[in-house]
Design a protein around this ligand. Structure first.
Ligand SMILES: [Zn+2]
Ligand SMILES: [Zn+2]
Length: 209
């Protein structure tokens, strides 16, 4: 079957090995996808373990299970974000929910990256900097919309999340919810939100309960 996270891969080649602990996600997006799949399959231990240590304090598997009760998570959309985005740029640009301001912040972040690159080129004109190992970023942001049913109604959760690397593994820290979160109406004849190319009524709408 296709993975719960709506990738093009089957579950056992996508999120399942992460949830089982056989593999570790190599990016923040992979971790986010696997956490969605863990919610969809009620693997709350995995949800707990993939929070940053700071956030794990005061959380329990029971709390997580309780807060997810009644929700059927059925589709995920990952929004394109800047690969170089960091927690700093999220804070610095104070991303809000409107499309316009997110475009603004993208332009702003691009300009920042370019400015940094220029500064580096000026301050390090020698070849030594090329042989230096490229340091991997330890923070990343991922913007996504997750869809779920509760009491036969459809909801969306639109969040920009902060992820960090701890002990060499990606962890979820926290996120900013966008203003369009909540109950939504979605046309039954529209293409399904999961990207299956089927009509909604013939696809995920059948999971409503
Ligand atoms: Zn997946
Ligand atoms: Zn669907």
């Amino acid at each position: 079957m296709r993975c719960y996270c709506c990738s093009s891969k089957p579950f056992d080649e996508c999120c399942e090995p992460f949830i089982k602990g056989d593999k570790h996600p190599s990016s923040a997006e992979q971790l986010m996808r696997s956490r969605f799949s863990a919610y969809a399959t009620a693997h709350y231990q995995y949800i707990l373990e993939t929070y940053t240590k700071e956030k794990q304090q005061g959380l329990s598997v029971e709390d997580l299970a309780q807060s997810a009760q009644g929700a059927t998570w059925f589709a995920l959309k990952v929004h394109p974000t800047l690969a170089a985005s960091s927690v700093d740029s999220l804070v610095g640009n104070s991303i809000s929910s409107t499309e316009d301001s997110s475009i603004d912040s993208t332009v702003h972040a691009d300009a920042k990256v370019e400015a940094q690159t220029n500064a580096e080129a000026i301050s390090k004109p020698n070849l030594k900097s090329i042989s230096k190992p490229i340091s991997k970023p330890n923070n990343a942001i991922v913007e996504f919309t997750a869809y779920y049913f509760e009491n036969k109604s459809m909801y969306q959760l639109h969040e920009t999340s902060n992820f960090s690397v701890e002990d060499g593994k990606w962890r979820y820290h926290d996120g900013v919810l966008h203003d369009d979160c909540g109950k939504i109406k979605y046309g039954r004849n529209l293409p399904c939100v999961c990207g299956s190319n089927k009509k909604f009524k013939q696809c995920c709408a059948t999971k409503s309960r």
